[in-house]
Design a binder for this molecule. Structure first.
Ligand code: ADP
Ligand code: MG
Length: 693
């Protein structure tokens, strides 16, 4: 239960004065539903109103706060001309200029003969000094209040700075003083303010420096966020570990049988990873292991072998993929092997319904099926397993900590292997996974041909299509990827369909199309035709980004490659170069590309090393996006960023470990304060793992 002291912060933003349903919606979109979300919406700029010159001295272009006497209202002869109000001080005159003026309002707020304070930008027209639409108009006693530095916030259409600023001020007012949760020595060493004061300071920047990530108040808040995250991860991990695993000892029989049917030998890296997994399974502790390997490094077979260990021991194993396509793809790879070993494997996704779903559920609850492949449908409430021991999660960076959590809370004390193709740098690893054990597949299967990657201007489309014509003559298969159009699924589809039509004109019915809006069966059919004999060219959105395996596909065209992130391009390129023929990747870009886009394309042409690419990516766009923001398993950090706060990550992790060591159930005074912190950052799920959560 959320502590009472935080109740005020978890009220909806519409509880604020001046925030109705319409504004509420905008704020929700921008920051979030609750007051607490507004606290984390930090200023991106500032307006300094402390400059208070006399009229004659006021610098053109500057923001100035000036005390004036109102002399005369000059109504315009017609509506197109501005309403002017002439004011003066002892150095000269200034006109306040209003277009589309509300006369009532102006006569009330700027009565002739009175002294007023106005604040806004100074303009000059010839000799005339002007201020158009002052930002603030007030009486003399409001001068000091007006002569301050105003924070400027990131906005969204329809929401003005004034309205948002007021809402944020309201949220800040609702923020309670909270007892210190960070280590006192650490706070003292950094000379940090207590949380509430740091929060207020972060919202009241006095200089540009105060807006930077290294400003003391911002560092403190970033640390709080990271610390909350690390404590939460540590609790989750502890819980998963504690849920007793049982020792699983395979006979080796199934693995041996499958090894014989494979057309290749396992690489040393694969063998090594399997040994590590087998050791985890034999131990009583629960397995929580990350299998990290670049695209094409051969993770699937490792996963299958791991699953077979469970089956050898008389238990069941599942493989969960992030998308329907991927689940079917895994099925296609694994099913023949499983069948050859005499095993029954079922598939369970959102598409299985009615009778067929019932039959699948029966097979799982009776144990008739030893293996299952699917999407998160595998873990819906009504799915029971006879004896589930191993779950492999093919994450491909699309699942988050949350899915892993659900899996754990299902009460299946299963051993978990997470597969990821993202070469996650160490700092990121900490934040996304806590300190999971890691097996790496650094070595690729032998015989892979290097991929020739080139950046090509979109204007040269005709040459590209000609080259493709030659490639399919030689029995090659071609992927043609069109970019996601931001926030518009319909536009996406239009783009792929247009390209599909264009390529069909050139190459006839050898061209297929697949995108997110198609039904599952329709997608399957196209994918099957492409991996089989019926299609040579597949036009697609990024639905093919991950995992799809068509070994004789050797050409990858990415249209508007400048719109893709490095990680995505690397994933896409990983779809080719899987067989023994040389492959080509053509990155079509609209010119001129931005500098970052150019750097990305250059990196892609220079290297195919996933780690190098990930490092470069981190450098180019910061960590938040590294794993692909939208579907990433990375917690979205609001206040912390990996580039500027790297050392805070490590400190937060160490402090979290130390704290939980001393006070495992967060019962001490500081422990209670940390509970507040966890709720403040909405890590409620983690608190549930405490004895008196
Ligand atoms: P990823 O790590 O991207 O999931 P996959 O598991 O899909 O990679 O493997 C990529 C391709 O490499 C598949 O066609 C697979 O059959 C093949 N492969 C896997 N291991 C080996 C190996 N040891 N030797 C040769 N080919 C292999
Ligand atoms: Mg894969």
């Amino acid at each position: 239960m959320r502590p009472e002291i935080l109740f005020s912060l978890f009220k909806p933003v519409t509880s604020l004065k001046g925030v109705g349903p319409r504004i509420g919606k905008l704020i929700e979109k921008l920051a979030g539903l609750h007051l607490v979300n507004l606290l984390w919406h930090l200023p991106s700029g500032l307006i300094d109103r402390r400059y208070a010159p006399k009229i004659a001295e006021a610098e053109t272009g500057a923001i100035a706060t000036i005390t004036v006497r109102v002399l005369q209202h000059r109504k315009p002869p017609n509506k197109r001309l501005p309403y002017k109000i002439i004011c003066a001080d002892d150095t000269g005159e200034m006109s306040l200029v209003f277009f589309h003026a509300h006369e009532d309002y102006l006569t009330k707020s700027l009565p002739e003969g009175e002294l007023r304070v106005v604040s806004g930008q100074i303009d000059r027209f010839g000799q005339e000094i002007q201020m158009s639409h002052p930002d603030h108009i007030g009486s003399l006693d409001e001068l000091e209040k007006m002569k301050t530095v105003e924070p400027v916030y990131p906005l969204t259409t329809g929401l003005t700075l004034k309205v948002l600023g007021r809402a944020i001020a309201g949220a800040l007012q609702a923020a309670p003083d909270l007892p210190e949760w960070a280590d006192a020595g650490f706070v003292a060493k950094h000379e940090w303010l207590p949380w509430k004061q740091a929060l207020l300071a972060a919202h009241a920047p006095e200089s540009e420096m105060a807006l930077g990530p290294e400003a003391s108040a911002r560092m403190r808040l970033a640390y709080d966020e990271l610390f909350a995250n690390q404590v939460a991860l540590a609790l989750i991990r502890r819980h998963m570990r504690e849920a007793r695993g049982r020792p699983i000892q395979g006979t080796g029989a199934l693995r041996a049988r499958i090894s014989h049917t494979l057309p290749f030998e396992l690489t040393n890296a694969q063998r090594q990873a399997l040994e590590e997994i087998a050791a985890d399974l034999t131990s009583k502790k629960r397995m929580l292991r990350l299998l990290q390997g670049d695209v094409g490094s051969g993770k699937t077979i490792v996963a299958l072998m791991a699953m077979l260990i469970a089956v050898e021991a008389g238990a069941q194993a599942v493989l969960m993929a992030p998308t329907e396509i991927l689940a079917r793809q895994h099925l296609a790879t694994i099913e023949p092997l499983a069948k050859a070993a005499g095993l029954r494997i079922v598939v369970l996704t959102g598409r299985e319904r009615g009778k067929s779903r019932t039959a699948i559920l029966d097979a799982l609850s009776s144990g008739a099926a030893q293996l299952a492949v699917g999407t998160h449908a595998l873990f819906q409430d009504d799915v029971d397993y006879k004896n589930l021991a191993v779950a492999v999660i093919d994450e491909q960076h699309r699942f988050g900590v949350h899915q892993r959590l659900t899996l754990a809370s299902k009460g299946h004390a299963v051993d978990v292997l997470v597969m990821t193709a993202t070469p996650i740098p160490r700092t990121l690893m900490l934040t996304a996974y806590g300190d999971m054990d890691v097996s790496r597949l650094m070595e690729k299967p032998p015989g892979r041909q290097p991929i020739d990657t080139r950046a090509v201007r979109l204007e040269r489309l005709n040459e590209v299509t000609a080259a493709i014509g030659r490639a399919i003559q030689d029995a090659n298969k071609v992927y043609w990827v069109c970019p996601l159009v931001e926030e518009s699924d319909t536009l996406d589809v239009a783009a792929v369909e247009q390209r599909h039509a264009h390529l069909q004109q050139l190459f006839g019915d050898r061209v297929g199309v697949v995108h997110g809006k198609m039904s599952g069966t329709a997608k399957d059919k196209v994918m099957a035709a492409f991996s089989g004999k019926d299609l040579d060219i597949l036009v697609a959105t990024t639905v093919i980004e991950v995992g799809v395996d068509v070994p004789n596909a050797t050409v990858m065209v990415v249209e508007h490659a400048e719109r893709f992130g490095l990680a995505q391009l690397h994933q896409l390129r990983g779809r080719i170069g899987r067989g023994d023929k040389p492959s080509t990747c053509l990155l079509l870009y609209a010119s001129p590309p931005t500098e970052t886009a150019r750097a990305r394309l250059k990196t892609m042409c220079e290297t195919d090393d996933g780690f190098v690419i990930a490092e470069k990516d981190l450098e180019l766009r910061g960590a938040g996006e590294l794993l692909g923001t939208r579907q990433s398993g990375m917690p979205d950090f609001l206040l912390a960023d990996l580039q500027n706060h790297a050392e805070l990550f490590v400190a937060a992790r160490d402090d979290a470990a130390l704290l939980l060591d001393r006070d495992p159930e967060l019962e001490s005074e500081r422990g209670q304060a940390v509970r507040n912190l966890l709720y403040l950052f909405e890590r409620d799920a983690a608190v549930r793992y405490l004895r008196s959560g």
